[in-house]
Design a protein around this ligand. Structure first.
Ligand code: FE2
Length: 427
């Protein structure tokens, strides 16, 4: 007797009429038209069954703090960092935990079950680190929460920055972070990358750095990061987040850079909602979009994923933990409008993000965790178009969240009828 059987599902790879059998929290079988006894059988009705959404770049210590102690008037990255600096001395651990847990509820409701969050280590008290370690313990049954030790004010620029980073890792933070473009000089940025990658190599941890989050075409820390990755044998263990300067770089230089990134096995996370909002702020017109070169990186063989980065914090006043909204913006900003491009944007918030995060047991295949989301959409492209409703969210075979199907009732001379924004079949 199976624990759960989902029938008549469409999978992201296009297979239809599929059954997914679940036993003891894992996927036992994925096959067309399976009929087997189960404690619970769910007819997917031909809708899309996807592995859960994953957010490979977030700041959970700042989330839902919008307006504290004031809003970001200029809308720039630098005012956001200043504002966060004003808020930090006012932070209380219990408030931070409460906000993060509230966000995790939103995430689960949206089928977002894995999050990599940076946590600011600039403050010697490590208050935010302790708070997010507590959050990681509390949400472990529902969310894979990874923490990155992130020296927001620059690991070299902050007195005691390196020591704070070490202490955060000793306390149980998973990954080494960095912010080379915020160090005082370009050479200090390069030194910070070298020091941080060496620390990660010694400790055997992954690396995830904010890298070149600027419109400066000469901010080229990604080159140093790729080089250090190769030098230290960290291939496949390093992620570069943002890389917005690549948007503005010289094309010849990028033609040399892309193979270096691919050879080094460095993955890249773009953050479309935040990049399109924060970048180009020093431009008049035309205003640069600022997002990194997503389709070109993908074509070069680099794993590229999309992150949410911020939800209602000093940098961004919107968001709700919806990775389909992230994919929707990424698709537009990168002009990935081909069928293949749109599907790649769905991958950027699911399988690619899981790869960046080194998630184990992820996917819709026998032996994987029985964690998946039933969407009110027939395929990944429709899911992005509609920012589709999450009908059901399961983790390891356990139902975590349900949302009723969204149907709007129109009433006209023929009486009431439902509208779901699904394209009707061609006559
Ligand atoms: Fe970030």
């Amino acid at each position: 007797m199976l624990d759960l059987l989902v029938t008549n599902a469409t999978l992201p790879d296009g297979r239809t009429g599929m059954s997914v059998a679940v036993q003891s929290g894992r996927i036992a079988e994925v096959t067309p038209g399976l009929a087997a006894p189960a404690h619970e059988t769910v007819d997917a009705g031909g809708q899309l069954l996807s592995p859960p959404f994953c957010d490979p770049h977030f700041h959970m210590d700042a989330t839902l703090s919008y307006g504290l102690p004031r809003v970001n008037e200029s809308g720039t990255l630098l005012e956001g960092i200043r504002l966060w600096g004003e808020l930090k001395p006012l932070l209380k651990a219990e408030d931070l935990v409460a906000r993060a847990l509230a966000y995790c509820d939103w995430a689960v409701a949206r089928g977002l079950l894995a999050i990599r969050s940076h946590v600011d280590t600039s403050d010697a008290s490590l208050l935010a680190v302790e708070a997010l370690l507590e959050v990681r313990r509390r949400v472990a049954p529902v969310i894979d929460l990874q923490l990155v030790a992130f020296p927001q004010d620059g690991v070299l620029r902050t007195p005691g920055g390196i020591d704070n980073m070490k202490r955060a890792l000793d306390l149980g933070v998973d990954i080494v972070g960095g912010i080379p473009h915020f160090e005082r000089t370009m050479s200090d940025g390069a030194i910070s990358i070298q020091l941080l990658c060496e620390a990660a190599a010694r400790r055997g941890t992954l690396v995830d750095m904010h890298c070149d989050e600027t419109d400066d075409p000469l901010s080229r820390h990604i080159e140093t990061l790729a080089f250090e990755t190769q030098r230290l044998g960290l291939q496949g263990r390093v992620n570069a987040s943002h890389c917005t300067s690549m948007h503005s770089m010289d094309n010849y230089y990028v033609s040399k850079l892309l193979p270096l990134i691919a050879e080094s096995g460095v993955s890249v996370v773009a953050n479309p909602l935040i990049n399109i909002t924060l970048q180009g702020r020093h431009d008049t017109y035309p205003k640069r979009r600022g997002m990194t070169r997503v389709p070109e990186l993908m074509a070069a063989g680099v794993t590229v994923a999309f992150g949410h980065d911020c939800v209602m914090d000093p940098w961004y006043g919107l968001g709700s933990g919806d990775m389909l909204e992230v994919a929707h913006m990424g698709l537009h900003v990168a002009q990935m409008t081909s069928r293949q491009g749109m599907r790649a944007c769905f991958d950027a918030v699911t399988v690619n993000a899981a790869k960046v995060m080194h998630l184990q047991g992820y996917g819709l295949a026998p032996g994987c965790d029985a964690s998946f989301v039933l969407l009110q959409a027939r395929d990944p492209i429709e899911a992005i178009r509609l920012r589709a409703n999450r009908l059901k969210v399961w983790r390891k075979g356990r139902l975590l969240a349900e949302t009723p199907a969204v149907v709007t009732t129109l009433t006209d001379e023929k009486g009431p009828r439902g509208v779901t924004f699904v394209m009707p079949p061609r006559p």
